[in-house]
Design a protein around this ligand. Structure first.
Ligand SMILES: Cc1cc2nc3c(=O)[nH]c(=O)nc-3n(C[C@H](O)[C@H](O)[C@H](O)COP(=O)(O)OP(=O)(O)OC[C@H]3O[C@@H](n4cnc5c(N)ncnc54)[C@H](O)[C@@H]3O)c2cc1C
Length: 294
């Protein structure tokens, strides 16, 4: 079955490919700036980005397929603001800054103010996103990205981006952003608070995972009113959780960048990932009509 989604009729198409500097990757001091026109695949394969902000690289590996990432841009993904997309969640998680340019000059928009609603951002009509600034990981930082998709390469049903910083065994900073559960990516602020000041151990991460799952309220499916998005079923029991595993990485662990000093932050799924048919069955149960929303 084919679906046609009409977002907006374009009056003008502007090609940004030739604009100088818009595809640059620059790491200066504690800031990594990605030009909005950086291809997702270029960023994913950048050793500089991997060392500076490993979460960006890890999340990009989940975007569609390499052929999509060869053409798709980091700025295009963020400006498009699909709530299920990886890069908006990463930008929100890391408190990135969006650099915009318009006829009145430039301005910087914090990620927390950028995602306004479904496919809607704070960019004004005449503004262009020129770059995205990410804070470079400091000592004691660790990050991870995990998502659940029906098939490899599909847009995820739900995903989670996590960044923590430890001082010794204590979590001093925790940032968690979840995709696919609302009209925009959302920060799991209760889970973040529960982690801050806690000792980095399995029970603290399990509590944060539970807080994430219990406080989020996934939207119903916009295209099929009254029916839950599969994200509801995902959050019911299998939102990816954090676990901290000091020492050598287990085979199940996700590799982190070299800047992740003395610990690893690994996304795990708290209960076994259900198959697509199981998720569909849950969506049927949740649906008032009893019919699958997929
Ligand atoms: C088959 C397929 C599978 C995909 N799977 C995923 C996935 O799993 N996860 C995911 O995150 N994405 C996925 N995508 C999206 C893809 O990765 C791109 O991010 C997306 O298509 C945007 O492409 P683009 O960068 O060429 O931007 P465009 O298509 O050129 O632009 C997208 C929108 O953003 C605006 N825009 C673009 N750049 C700017 C700018 N610099 N300033 C202001 N506005 C701008 C455009 O006007 C347009 O409204 C998928 C796409 C396809 C086709």
């Amino acid at each position: 079955m084919f679906a046609i989604i009409t977002v907006r009729k374009a009056l003008h198409v502007v090609d940004l490919n030739g604009v100088d500097g818009m595809a640059d990757i620059r790491c200066e001091g504690d800031t990594l700036t990605l030009g909005a026109m950086c291809r997702q695949r270029t960023v994913e394969r950048s050793a500089e980005v991997s060392a500076a902000v490993p979460l960006v690289v890890e999340a990009l590996g989940n975007v569609g397929h390499p052929a999509i990432r060869n053409r798709g841009t980091v700025g295009g993904s963020i400006a498009h603001a699909d709530p299920a997309a990886e890069m908006p969640a990463v930008a929100l998680c890391l408190d990135a800054e969006m650099v915009a340019q318009g006829p009145a000059g430039g301005r910087v928009i914090p990620a927390t103010e950028f995602f306004d609603g479904f496919l809607t951002t704070a960019l004004a009509e005449e503004e262009v996103l020129t770059g995205i600034r990410f804070p470079v990981d400091g000592p004691g930082s660790g990050s991870a990205f995990a998502e659940v998709a029906r098939r490899h390469g599909d847009f995820a049903m739900a995903g989670v981006a996590v960044h923590v910083r430890l001082d010794g065994d204590t979590v001093v900073e925790a940032r968690i952003a979840v995709s696919g559960v609302g009209l925009t990516p959302v920060r799991a602020t209760e889970a973040e608070s529960s982690l801050r000041g806690a000792t980095a151990a399995e029970d603290a991460f399990a509590a944060a995972a539970a807080a994430t799952s219990s406080t989020l309220r996934p939207a119903t499916d916009r295209l099929r009113p009254g029916r839950s998005r599969p994200g509801r079923a995902v959050l019911d029991g299998q939102v990816p959780a954090l676990s901290s595993a000091p020492g050598p990485r287990s085979s199940a662990a996700t590799p982190l960048g070299s800047r992740c000093n003395s610990f690893r932050c690994t996304p795990v799924v708290t209960t076994p990932v259900r198959t697509y048919s199981e998720v569909s069955a849950k969506a049927v149960e949740d649906s008032p009509s009893g019919r699958s929303s997929t």
